[in-house]
Ligand binder design. Structure first.
Ligand code: FAD
Length: 304
């Protein structure tokens, strides 16, 4: 077991939320340890869209550049290790890493993100983030005017199917499910075609999509398929620490206040694990807000 330095803050997750918090705390001259396993949620997409001054940038390049900039602050350490366990100890927290080392911090920031639970449909996994997508604001523009589809995964898919025609001609694949006549009429008003047959596979060259294969053997031409998958936390640290959790339609969120404090004093959370709208912009803003709250609690000895 290694020696246990005590940091002002340990940040679990060194991506958009975690690094945004780290740079603010580094600039506030606080000691920070960033733990990271190098698997940001958007790593499947070749380009990130919509973030200020970085439209179309490679997400991994964005994170690597930020990490270099954060590393320039002398009070910030990095370890490319998973945080496996966390407990309250000595008026702070003790975190055990995957390799067994133990580190200590006065405060914790949970920014470990979520993982999408993709449908078990042949052809989805290799196209995720490329031609199978969930967020039209992130990747819809690149398919403007092309043949678009929405896969019926949950009741929320109906909402997705009414929105997607903003980007191009849309088919709602019921995948053997049903919708009522009012929903069908609303889709018709939006110009959405309905395909009732079960979907068996996605086909196309490499990561691009050319068609959806249906249960009756037909192939429906398609350029992009939108899905709304469920998701899960990348870690159970929030549960280990006893943080309150909200159950949502697609997955859980760690309950936080406006300053990103969880229900457990000294534990903060930021990014996708704390919210419903999931974008790089929101994650970065969350990280900054959490850093301000953490800094004030360290400076004034209280949660605000
Ligand atoms: C396919 C796809 C494409 C997307 N495209 C866009 C886009 O174009 N524009 C946009 O604004 N948003 C996009 N998003 C959303 C965006 O990816 C997320 O909102 C953003 O990544 C959230 O940042 P985060 O810091 O909360 O989590 P993440 O970026 O997921 O980072 C979490 C970090 O924590 C690390 N980690 C996990 N567990 C541990 C642990 N136990 N110990 C240590 N480290 C851990 C992970 O390795 C990772 O580095 C996309 C999402 C997907 C799925």
């Amino acid at each position: 077991m290694s020696e246990r330095p005590r940091y002002d803050t340990i940040i679990v997750g060194g991506s958009f939320a975690g690094l945004s918090a780290a740079i603010y705390l580094g600039r506030a001259r606080r000691s920070v340890l960033v733990l990271d396993t190098g698997a940001p949620r958007n790593r499947f997409a070749p380009a990130s869209h919509g973030f200020f001054a970085q439209d179309g940038a490679d997400p991994r390049t964005m994170i690597a550049t930020m990490r270099d900039q954060v590393a320039a602050y002398p009070t910030i350490d990095f370890r490319d290790q998973a945080a496996a366990q966390a407990t309250r100890q000595d008026a702070g927290f003790s975190v055990t890493l995957a390799n067994g080392d133990v580190v200590a911090g006065a405060t914790l920031l949970l920014a470990y993100g979520i993982a999408d639970i993709l449908p078990d449909l042949p052809g989805v996994a290799e196209r995720w983030g490329k031609s199978v997508i969930h967020c039209p604001y992130c990747h819809g523009y690149e398919f403007s005017g092309q043949q678009l589809g929405v896969l019926n995964l949950s009741p929320a898919s109906l909402h997705q199917a009414t929105l997607i025609p903003e980007w191009g001609p849309t088919t709602f694949f019921l995948d053997g499910g049903e919708i009522d006549s009012e929903a069908a009429a609303n889709l018709a008003k939006r110009g959405v075609s309905i395909e009732p047959a079960p979907v068996k596979a996605l086909i196309g060259e490499g990561s691009s999509l050319s068609a959806v294969r249906l249960g009756d053997g037909r192939e429906h031409p398609l350029d992009a398929l939108f899905i709304g998958p469920r998701y899960r936390f990348n870690s159970d640290l929030a549960e280990q620490l006893g943080c309150a959790i909200d159950e949502g339609q697609f997955g859980s969120t760690v309950t936080v206040d406006d300053m990103k404090a969880t229900s457990v004093a000294g534990v903060y959370a930021a990014g996708d694990i704390t919210r419903l709208g999931h974008t790089v912009t929101f994650a970065c803003a969350d990280g900054v807000m959490a850093a301000l709250a953490i800094h004030r609690s360290l400076a004034f000895g209280m949660d605000i």
